[in-house]
Design a protein around this ligand. Structure first.
Ligand SMILES: [Zn+2]
Length: 190
């Protein structure tokens, strides 16, 4: 199931559509520092691990800059495609990390090879979930809102299974849940 999602262009395009929608809404806002008008200031990313054929816009991170010359405050929009400064696409990072729990070793190795992630990268992601992610202010506050505690050692699989629906719906919901980590000041804190 993970394999189908990893390579499903429609699924990844849907994430782009969500990001476009979030950007369109952010566009109508004003600068939080001075109230000035916002101008588009997209920047290029090269998200790794994605299937070919997603097009150029997929590699653009939606962001805005205040048009007032003396201000220039940047506002980067929450994203379902990018998780902060992580090199890999957010969906890939979540899915591959979640395989640690429940997938056979053979499946894990095949899918890691499919997205081109080395064992070192996977270990780094695991550490990120278990150490960095759990210590963010976002998670500290989000976990308090969960009725039943989530196993920290089994992140992100333990979190993914909290969302209802088929695997695509669960993953979308988790990416949206992680959204506050991906926009604004939090991007630079990661
Ligand atoms: Zn401003």
């Amino acid at each position: 199931m993970s394999e189908a999602l990893l390579t499903d262009l429609r699924f990844h395009r849907l994430l782009l559509a969500f990001d476009q929608d979030l950007a369109a809404r952010a566009r109508t806002g004003r600068c939080r520092r001075c109230g000035g008008v916002l101008h588009s200031a997209r920047y290029r990313r090269k998200p790794r691990g994605l299937p070919a054929g997603l097009g150029d816009e997929y590699r653009q991170r939606f962001s805005f800059c205040c048009a007032a010359r003396q201000c220039c405050k940047r506002k980067t929009v929450m994203s379902l495609r990018f998780l902060g400064r992580k090199m890999y696409a957010a969906a890939i990072l979540v899915l591959i990390s979640a395989l640690r729990h429940g997938a056979t070793q053979a499946t894990r190795h095949r899918l890691q090879a499919l997205v081109g992630a080395s064992r070192r990268t996977i270990t780094r992601w695991h550490r990120w979930w278990c150490e960095t992610f759990v210590s963010t202010a976002f998670w500290q506050s989000a976990r308090a809102s969960l009725d039943v505690p989530v196993s920290t050692a089994a992140l992100p699989a333990s979190l993914l299974e909290r969302f209802a629906g088929d695997p695509a719906t669960q993953l979308q919901a988790l990416l949206r849940f992680l959204g506050p980590l991906t926009g604004g000041a939090a991007v630079h804190a990661m």
